[in-house]
Design a protein around this ligand. Structure first.
Ligand code: PEP
Ligand code: MG
Length: 324
């Protein structure tokens, strides 16, 4: 399938109207890295570090992790890699760090909540990342930030770890960006100062959608029940885009929906400029984006919304059909 899009692989994604859309890839294992070259991704927009923890039966050591992260940064060869800190709990349970039985694991002790309650693990991972960067630029992202103080607390852990590394005589990153994943509706309404202070935000659409519609992403009965192009959800995402635009906050979208061409086109039409997806999706998404004018798609979306559509999908599909 990658071959089909080989001719556009090395050209940057631009919609027909000329708007540039950055396309990055999601990764989590060493085996994903060759895709950075073959897919034409501009970087790794989401590196799910928990996968390395999940494939083991005991907590990895700092030195092992540092060696691994170094290989990833070496392979990326200057392209940006967004390392998401350990996102465990809910559907991702470590055999050596099991939470007590929770009635609602998706709403439970997970991700940054674990990181802040057990700072030892978080500090170990941060130290491994700093050692791996060895003076190069570094990008870190905290998962599942529900309110701004969680981000600030995590950021303080990074600052502390950097100070310790300096004291120990280790190189520290020439540039460090620390972002948060927006995966709960609450963060969309955080104070404006949070938007101003965070280095970047990335919408984790899989979780955000689950909480927006109160529909378990793991439950076959309900997980496809609500359309991502549902007017309510799209309008919500648009609000996030607008808040970020007002505060000049870099925003990306890294849930699975970013890799679905029609969804990606609609996200671009409402103002998203950076998407991160499975490597195999980059070609198809770029191909569709290149053929359409975003303001035309936006007009189709707005018209459907104004007419009371529950989802803008039928209108967008009709528009695409008419144009091909
Ligand atoms: C998400 O929630 O959209 C996301 C990218 O993270 P994960 O799928 O790993 O929870
Ligand atoms: Mg998530």
């Amino acid at each position: 399938a990658q071959e089909r899009y080989a001719s556009i692989r090395d050209i940057p994604a631009k919609a027909a109207c000329g708007t540039r859309i950055e396309l990055h890839m999601n990764a989590g294992l060493m085996a994903d890295l060759p895709s950075l070259e073959s897919s034409g991704a501009e970087g790794v927009g989401l590196f799910r570090t928990e996968l390395q923890f999940l494939v083991r039966n005991q907590m990895p050591k700092r030195t092992e992790l540092a060696a691994l992260y170094k290989r990833i940064l070496d392979a990326a060869d200057g392209k940006r890699v967004v390392f998401r800190t350990l996102d465990i709990g809910s559907d991702k349970v470590l055999p050596y760090m099991k939470p007590n039985d929770e009635p609602n694991p998706a709403l439970g002790w997970r991700a940054i909540r674990v990181g802040l309650d057990k700072p030892g693990v978080m500090q170990m991972q941060l130290q491994a990342l700093l050692r791996a960067a060895d003076g190069r630029p570094l990008t870190i992202m905290f998962p599942f930030v529900a309110q701004s103080d969680e981000y600030y607390a995590a950021r303080r852990e990074v600052d502390k770890t950097i100070a310790r590394e300096k004291r120990l005589g280790h190189a520290v990153p020439s540039d460090i960006k620390i972002g948060a994943m927006l995966e709960t509706p609450s963060l969309a309404y955080a104070p404006t100062t949070f938007f101003e202070n965070v280095d970047f935000l990335s919408i984790g659409g899989n979780d955000l959608k689950q909480f927006f519609f109160a529909a378990d992403r793991e439950n076959e009965r309900v997980r496809r029940r609500y359309d991502t192009l549902n007017t309510s959800f799209l309008t919500f995402v648009e609000q996030i885009i607008n808040r970020c635009a007002e505060t000049d906050t870099h925003l990306s979208f890294c849930g699975e929906d970013a890799g679905r061409p029609i969804e990606a086109l609609c996200f671009a039409a409402i103002g998203l400029r950076c998407l991160s997806m499975r490597p195999a999706s980059i070609g198809p998404v770029k191909h569709l984006l290149m053929r359409h004018d975003l303001s035309e798609v936006k007009a189709v979306i707005d018209k459907a919304r104004n007419e009371g559509a529950q989802s803008v999908r039928p209108a967008v599909m009709e528009y695409l059909r008419d144009r091909t």
